[in-house]
Design a protein around this ligand. Structure first.
Ligand code: ZN
Length: 471
């Protein structure tokens, strides 16, 4: 996104009546040392995946919760890489709320780090370390929240379940996959809060919050061209590489139809309302019912904001192209793999037929690859109690408005959405300028402002208290 061009946002501060307020709320200033101690402690636990070793985080969290009298269990198919499930009981008037943070982090290139990646060094107002924004921030904030609910003896209308799941970074079978398969009754909930959203700051000012309410579904499609093999000195009309190249070129020129859902429609409308006029025009035009206006905006987005272009449609990207083994042999087969990211409501069979029509070559076979395990689940509703609580908390804690987003990539929430859990991705405020400087998630370095660690704990508290306290 070209967020750098967003004008300052003058959020209209409507009065939020009935915003949940605990009679005796947490003493935020007094909690800062404790929050920072836990945050640094989990950051110092080296859970780079592979190999993961997430048991060290599960054990740390368990001993913290034990001291607070919060029951928890460590479960896993690989006890070096287990998950933790904790539960605070409510009166059962409402279905549970699940809050999650994954305990593994991606690997590091230690030479690129100014401070050692598992040192959690505090410098210039930041905390540096692998996992600071992915995902030990969510893990710490949700752990602090469940601790506070217990300590303040907050009566609850629903159970609050806290999970630290392992293996999110590329081995979710031992984490969320295992939990959904073997422990679903213990994590089943009406709502789930996990990573995937955040608050965008530009020039040190908060501009808006995003909440991930939906995600695209990865699908793979294979194109296999078959022809006659032969001597390279005698070109053949049936050359498989020529047929495959033609098919891939047609796919490259094709952009599937635009289709909005509740999340993306709301996102583009709200983004238009807070963006400077020269860019806002494109966000508005792409929503137009006039095909010419929409097409012009779509072309601009594809060239300038490809992530936004992908949010508009089921996207297709040819990412593997294989064929041939000797310069003097015409191969009888050539193969390409397309990375398809489907809109959640996409009809897979119908889409495959569309791809076949675009390719339009009987020499090229078009089929799904075998690796399409994730299914689509329903999106989280924007008229739900949970979304309203998230909007209210963003206004209260960050004085900003919320945009719902659909992520183009997949998350651990996919497995829960399939089971009917309404999932919302949240995150702390980070600087828009930070990722290009190499401080983003999965970057050579990673960091988070100390002040934003504390503000994120408060945001979690406001949302979770609002959704769970007894009324
Ligand atoms: Zn993550």
């Amino acid at each position: 996104m070209r967020l750098g061009r967003l004008a300052p946002l003058f959020a209209s501060i409507c009065s939020v009546a009935a915003l949940a307020q605990s009679p005796k709320g947490p003493d935020w200033a007094a909690l800062q040392d404790e929050t920072m101690r836990h945050y640094q402690a989990v950051l110092r636990l080296d859970t780079r995946n592979p190999p993961g070793n997430e048991h060290i985080v599960a054990e740390y969290v368990k001993q913290v919760l034990d001291k607070e009298g919060i029951p928890s269990q460590i479960v896993g198919s690989d006890m070096n890489r287990p998950n933790l499930i904790a539960r605070l009981k409510g009166n059962g008037k409402k279905r549970p709320l699940l809050i999650m943070g994954h305990s593994d982090v991606v690997t590091v290139d230690e030479a690129k780090w100014k401070f050692p990646p598992f040192s959690a060094t505090r410098d210039g107002g930041y905390v540096y370390g692998r996992g600071t924004i992915d995902d030990k921030d969510n893990l710490t904030a949700s752990m602090m929240t469940i601790i506070l609910l217990k300590r303040l003896s907050v009566p609850l209308d629903r159970d609050v379940i806290f999970v630290t799941e392992s293996g999110e970074e590329g081995s979710s079978g031992i984490g969320i996959g295992y939990l959904v398969k073997d422990h679903f009754p213990e994590i089943d909930a009406e709502y789930c809060l996990a990573e995937g959203g955040g608050v965008t700051r530009i020039g040190g000012q908060v501009k808006y919050a995003t909440v991930q309410t939906l995600e695209k579904i990865p699908r793979g499609i294979e194109l296999v061209a078959r022809g006659i093999s032969g001597h390279g000195s005698i070109p053949l009309k049936s050359n498989a590489i020529v047929h495959l190249a033609g098919a891939v070129a047609k796919i490259g020129d094709w952009r599937p139809d635009i289709r909005f859902n509740e999340t993306t429609g709301t996102y583009f409308r709200k983004l238009a309302a807070i963006s400077p006029p020269d860019v806002a025009k494109y966000y508005r035009d792409v929503l137009s019912t006039d095909p010419k206006t929409r097409k012009a905006a779509d072309d601009w987005l594809f060239e300038n904001e490809p992530r936004h272009s992908s949010m508009l449609r089921t996207s297709v990207s040819p990412n593997i192209f294989q064929g041939g083994y000797r310069s003097n042999v015409i191969p009888s087969e050539a193969k390409a793999t397309l990375d398809v990211r489907a809109l959640p409501d996409e009809d897979a069979a119908r889409f495959l037929e569309q791809v076949k029509r675009v390719v339009n070559d009987p020499a090229v076979d078009v089929h799904f690859t075998g690796q399409n395990e994730r299914q689509a689940g329903p999106d989280a509703r924007l008229d739900s109690e949970a979304y309203k609580a998230l909007e209210a908390a963003a206004l209260k804690v960050y004085n900003t408005q919320t945009l719902p987003t659909m992520s183009t990539g997949a998350t651990d929430m996919a497995q829960l959405r399939v089971k009917g859990v309404q999932c919302f991705g949240i995150g702390p405020a980070t600087d828009f300028e930070d990722p290009p400087k190499g401080f983003g998630a999965h970057s050579d370095q990673e960091r988070l402002l100390e002040s934003e660690v504390h503000r994120f704990v408060r945001f979690n508290w406001e949302v979770i208290y609002d959704l769970a306290h007894a009324r």
